[in-house]
Design a protein around this ligand. Structure first.
Ligand code: NAI
Length: 346
């Protein structure tokens, strides 16, 4: 049998390294493409059986139709979230698989790293001491011990983040659309979470329903000085409203690993260029905002798991007719796509 051909979109050096290692025996024929998958670039998948994509590739209706015309059988997401895929439209045309978990620790630990950096002003101290400025003025932080953290989404990442916060002696409250029974977690309504939390961390998927769940109205309900941490998806937060909340001194700090308009910006080097996104530029200019560019997943362990699971998803789909990591809108409609079945969804 001919080798299966994979068009690998939005390839970065770290992706190439981990996939080349996982494919060391040359089982798959992988073409690494630097461009993102869009309606304009989909033709590059011609002759391939699979497209492998990441968070900012756009698998919309047009792309799905064109992939189907080209005979591509499988979209292999090398990430967990699938908000960039029109899953319902894809049903019956092209199968979608993902990597549901590669290192929830990586993301949860990054969330805590952002929080500690922010509230202990490490980002400021680092620059000062590099310049032999040993002044402490303006570096006063606050203890995490005894503070209340509100966690939105108590799945794999949210639960690990909760465990980390427990280690710091914090009080935990949480909101989840589907609370985990017998978890010992204190679930509250969203309104109560906004009102009681000193720190709020987002660990839920982005859906149409929760887009801009942080907006002018919800910010008004939060405590003055609240710290927001978003390692989930950018559009959970209305960035304009966030900026206004910061300017009004209502929001104490924001730690953002994701941004709603990140797709054309994150993962690229724009140093020396003029960035046209005024909202992002203004947010970055704030002393109490830390931005990392969708970096939370980026650990050696996660990259290896992503490559191994993606290739196993592809192997299983073509060789064994199994598809435990398939995403289909029918499963997704079961709310939290538990993927209890092993076989393909159609
Ligand atoms: P998971 O599926 O294990 O947990 C998600 C939780 O959110 C579930 O408990 C679910 O019931 C809950 N949920 C679903 N809809 C909700 C809603 N509308 N409101 C509140 N809760 C809701 O997912 P996991 O692995 O913990 O990942 C969480 C999110 O983290 C992903 O959806 C993805 O967006 C983001 N992520 C970010 C990464 C990064 O590098 N920044 C890397 C990996 C994931």
């Amino acid at each position: 049998m001919d080798k299966l051909k994979i068009a690998f979109f939005d390839a970065k050096d770290y992706d190439k390294q981990s996939f080349i290692e996982s494919n060391a025996d040359g089982e798959f024929d992988i073409t690494f493409l630097e461009t993102r998958l869009t309606s304009d670039t989909v033709k590059l998948a011609e002759g391939c059986d699979i497209v492998c994509v990441f968070v900012n590739d756009d698998i919309n209706r047009d792309v799905i139709d064109k992939l189907s015309e080209l005979g591509v059988k499988l979209v292999a997401l090398r990430c967990a979230g699938y908000n960039n895929v029109d899953v319902e439209y894809a049903y019956g045309k092209v199968h979608i698989v993902r990597v549901p978990a590669y290192s929830p620790y990586a993301v949860a630990e990054h969330a805590m790293a952002l929080l500690l950096t922010s509230i202990r002003r490490i980002h400021k101290a680092y620059i000062r001491t590099k310049d032999f400025n040993f002044s402490l003025n303006g570096l006063t932080g606050f203890d995490l011990h005894g503070k209340t953290v509100g966690v939105i989404g108590t799945g794999k990442i949210g639960r690990i983040f909760i465990d980390i916060c427990r280690g710091f002696g914090m009080n935990i409250i949480a909101y989840d659309k589907f609370p985990a029974a017998d978890s010992g977690i204190e679930y509250v309504s969203l309104d109560e979470l906004w009102e009681r939390s000193d720190i709020i961390s987002f660990h839920c998927p982005l859906t149409e329903e929760n887009r801009h769940m942080v907006n002018t109205d919800t910010i008004a309900k939060m405590k003055k000085g609240v710290v927001l941490i978003n390692t989930s998806r950018g559009a959970l937060i209305d960035s304009e409203a966030l900026l206004e909340g910061i300017k009004q001194r209502k929001i104490g700090a924001a730690c953002l690993d994701v941004y709603e308009e990140e797709s054309n910006i994150f993962f690229h080097d724009y140093s020396g260029h003029i960035v046209n996104d005024d909202t992002l530029a203004r947010l970055i200019s704030m002393p109490n905002v830390i931005v990392t560019s969708h970096q939370a997943f980026l650990t050696n362990e996660a990259l290896k798991n992503i490559a191994d699971t993606t290739l196993e998803n592809i192997r299983g789909f073509f060789a064994k007719d199994t598809c435990p990591n398939e995403v289909c809108y029918k499963c997704a409609n079961l709310a939290n796509c538990k993927q209890t079945h092993e076989k393909k969804c159609f």
